[in-house]
Structures are given as C-alpha cells and as structure tokens.
Ligand binder design. Structure first.
Ligand code: AMP
Ligand code: ZN
Length: 431
C-alpha cells in the first residue's frame, strides 16, 4: 500500500522537525551558489537565525526570471563533475530554463516517483507505457526511472505516433499510461476510429499531467476508456513530475513534504495564506544537491487541502491546479480561466475532445470565439441539432463566465490534434 511507510505516514510534528533540518542543510548548500550568495548578502539573511519553519518567510522568493538571469549555472551548488544530467523546462511561457541533477538527485527523484505510483495502486506487475515526450522535457525520463525502480515493465514510447501507441498497448498489454490529458482525449478518438473498443484493452490507469485540465475532463477520460485517471503535478524547477500525485481516493494530490516545503501566497501581495485558502503555490526544494531552489513562485493557482486523507498518508494534498496566474484571461473586464470554459465544454456529451479559444479585439471590444469539435457518434449532421447545441452551450457559458462567445461547432478531426501540451488559447488582442 505504501512505498515508504515511515515517511508517508510520519506524524505532522516529526515531519516539521525533518523539514527544518533539511531546510537548514539546503540553505547552507544554496549559500555557495553565485545567485543565492548575492541574495543572502543583499537581504541580510543569517542562516543561523533560521530556527523555525516560520522563518522561511524571511527569505525572498525565487522567480522564473531569476533562473533565466542565472543561466546557465548561477544556481548550481556542486562541482560540475558531480552533475550527471540536465533538463530544460518546456517553456510553458517564454524562454526555457535549465535544471541540473546529481546522481543522488536522480535516484531520489525516481524513489519519489515510485512512491507516487504505489499511491495509485501500481505494482511490479504493471506494464507502464510512457507517452510523455522523452528529451529535455522532464515528463518522459522523469517517470521512467521511478517506474523501473518499482519494477514495472516500461515502454518508453514517448509522445506522438498514435497508431503505434495503440499497437503497443495491444501487443504488450499495457496497464498504465502516462500522458497529457489533451493527448489522451485525442488517443481515445483514434482508438475508436480504429474500430477498437477502449474497454476491451488492458488499460487500467492513466496518469494525467503537465497541463491544466478540469475534473469534467478526467471523468470524460475515465468513462471513455473504462480506467481510473490520476492527477499528476510537477514542474522542472522542482525536478519534474512526482511533486504531487493523487492516491486511490482521487481527491487532491499529496505533495511530498519531506522533499518540498509548501506555501500558498496571495500572488499580488506575496502574503502567505492559511491552509485551505486559494492562491499561488510556492515551493522550496529541501532534498536536492545540484540545484537547491528556495521559495519558488510556481505561478500555479491552487490551495492546500489540510484535512487528513483516508489513505493514511499525512502529507498535505493540493487541489487540482485551477490555472496559472499568467494564463488568466481578462475578457471585457471579466477574469476567465481557460479551465472554466473547458469544464463547460466537457459536460456536453455531444461535444468532442478538441477545442480552441480565440480572443480578438473588434472596435475596442473583446470578442471570444470558441471552436470546438463535435463528437461523431452523437452528431447526425442536422442543422437544427447544431443550433440547439450551440444555444445550450452559450447559455451555460454565459451563466458561468458572463461572456457571450461566438461558437463554431466543427466536424470531428478538423482542429489540429495535440500530442504533448496542448495550445488551446490564441489571444490575438495584443498582436
Ligand atoms: P514544465 O516545467 O515545463 O514541465 O511545466 C510545468 C508546469 O506545467 C507547471 O508549473 C504547471 O503550470 C503545469 N502542470 C504540470 N502538471 C499539471 C497538472 N497536473 N495540472 C495542471 N497543470 C500542470
Ligand atoms: Zn491519500
């Protein structure tokens, strides 16, 4: 049931003591890097004065821009010969940033991933097909070594080449897939288009992550494939995948607090919020040699779920990521997250799995245009039917986000499919 019983069910009190010891060690390590040496001097940080976890608030935040400015190795805390790997962020926004790992960092990361997988009920009997991109992106290699450590048979199929993916699932009786939600939605349609019933495949679980998606999308994937889908969260700056993962209760992601100190802040003021309050996730990695990063502003919006989980793990859970502070759209003065629109779309059975949100400015007014594919099985080409779906959709969107978008219902397969992180929003207002 647990990968590391002692750590996963540690008492909160012991966990905090462990965190403080690890934090102090991390601060010592960080203080030798050119970046943090300067930060500590400029902010008069005395590491010896940090006596409780509360004192973490005395440290300034680290941002993605800091990582860019210290490119390539201004945050590296070990001699170059100890570094065994680098990864780079996929550039969710802007230029990519580089992360380094020692051999211990790599094996600790694998151990953490094995812990996540066991939390979903995975065992060495599973066949794990890893459909996340292998390469600089952490999604592929990140889960790979953890799955091997657990003893699964790993199929490193990487992303794309959908027909071959389906063939591999059939030939090697894959039980777990690791995939972005957008690619998963595309994959299900491809499986059906091949005349295969997804329920007849051996698939049992999907690990979905790397991009925001709604609970409605999870449900849709589970129903369409007949599997359990688990939310997986990570970011390269904090290793990659494995930072937080759902257990079999599928009700928020356990964030591994022996590796990370978790804070939620008000993104505007930087004030630290109470457990349960929604804001920006800030993480301090307290278990890394090559690149200790302190109080990293993830830009991801979520909240801590402080209530204990029924699985017995004591590490806090975080809620599904609502969006990023920087992907929030302001349309005609209204704050809209793409995930809210997705939630509405995915609740309509007539709607397919692929969509785009396009924003334009006409005569100084914001216009939202949603292009969405219909689900082939439920669409019979009847104009009346299209009009009816459109008006139901408009109504539902208006009720949720108070915006009246133009909606185009498209034939299945007309939008470009996503094989990795999907690009859903096209904001042409600034062009
Ligand atoms: P990267 O470092 O390029 O892998 O990108 C990491 C970012 O992907 C995170 O900061 C999140 O914005 C996003 N992300 C990763 N996993 C999830 C998830 N399960 N739900 C929502 N967003 C996610
Ligand atoms: Zn749990």
């Amino acid at each position: 049931m647990y990968w590391n019983n002692n750590v996963e069910t540690i008492s909160r009190k012991d966990l905090e003591t462990l965190q403080l010891t690890k934090l102090k060690k991390t601060l010592q390590a960080a203080s030798v890097t050119p970046f943090y040496k300067k930060v500590f001097t400029e902010n008069n940080i005395n590491i010896d004065a940090i006596k409780t976890l509360e004192h973490i608030k005395d440290l300034p935040f680290t941002t993605k821009n800091d990582l860019r400015l210290s490119y390539p190795d201004g945050m590296v805390a070990v001699p170059k010969k100890m570094v065994v790997r680098m990864h780079a962020s996929s550039g969710t926004t802007g230029k990519s940033t580089v992360i380094f790992y020692t051999a211990k960092d790599i094996s600790d990361w694998a151990d953490l991933v094995a812990r996540c997988m066991v939390a979903t009920g995975a065992t060495q009997d599973d066949v794990f097909q890893n459909m996340m991109g292998y390469g600089l992106f952490t999604g592929g290699l990140g889960l790979h070594y953890g799955a091997e450590m657990l003893g699964c048979m790993v199929i490193p199929s990487s992303s794309g080449n959908t027909l071959r993916q389906i063939q591999l699932i059939q030939d090697f009786e894959t039980t777990i897939i690791h995939i972005t939600p957008s690619y998963c939605l595309h994959m299900v349609e491809a499986i059906r288009a091949e005349g295969i019933d997804p329920y007849e495949l051996t698939l049992k679980k999907a690990y979905l992550g790397a991009e925001p998606y709604s609970e409605a999308t999870r449900k849709k994937i589970e129903e369409q494939c007949g599997i359990d889908a688990y939310n997986s969260y990570g970011l390269s700056e904090m290793n990659g995948p494995g930072v937080a993962f759902e257990c079999t209760y599928k009700n928020g992601m356990h964030i591994w607090e022996d590796y990370y100190i978790v804070e939620i802040i008000n993104p505007e003021t930087g004030e630290v919020l109470q457990p349960g309050e929604e804001g920006e996730l800030v993480l301090t990695h307290i278990n890394r040699e090559a690149m200790p990063i302190l109080r990293y502003r993830t830009r991801d919006l979520t909240r801590i779920i402080p209530e204990p989980c029924q699985c017995g793990r004591t590490h806090y859970r975080i809620d599904r990521i609502k969006g990023r502070t920087d992907d929030m759209l302001i349309v005609s003065g209204v704050n809209v997250f793409p995930s809210q629109i997705e939630t509405v779309l995915m609740k309509f059975p007539e709607i397919g799995n692929n969509y785009q949100i396009i924003l334009d400015r006409e005569n100084n007014l914001d216009r939202m245009h949603i292009k969405v594919e219909l689900y082939s099985k439920l669409f019979h080409g009847d104009i009346k039917e299209i009009d009816h779906i459109k008006s139901k959709l408009k109504e539902a969107l208006k009720a949720l986000i108070t915006i009246n978008p133009r909606i185009d219902l498209l034939e299945p397969g007309s939008l470009p499919p996503s094989e990795g992180k999907a690009k859903r929003v096209f904001d042409n207002r600034m062009l």
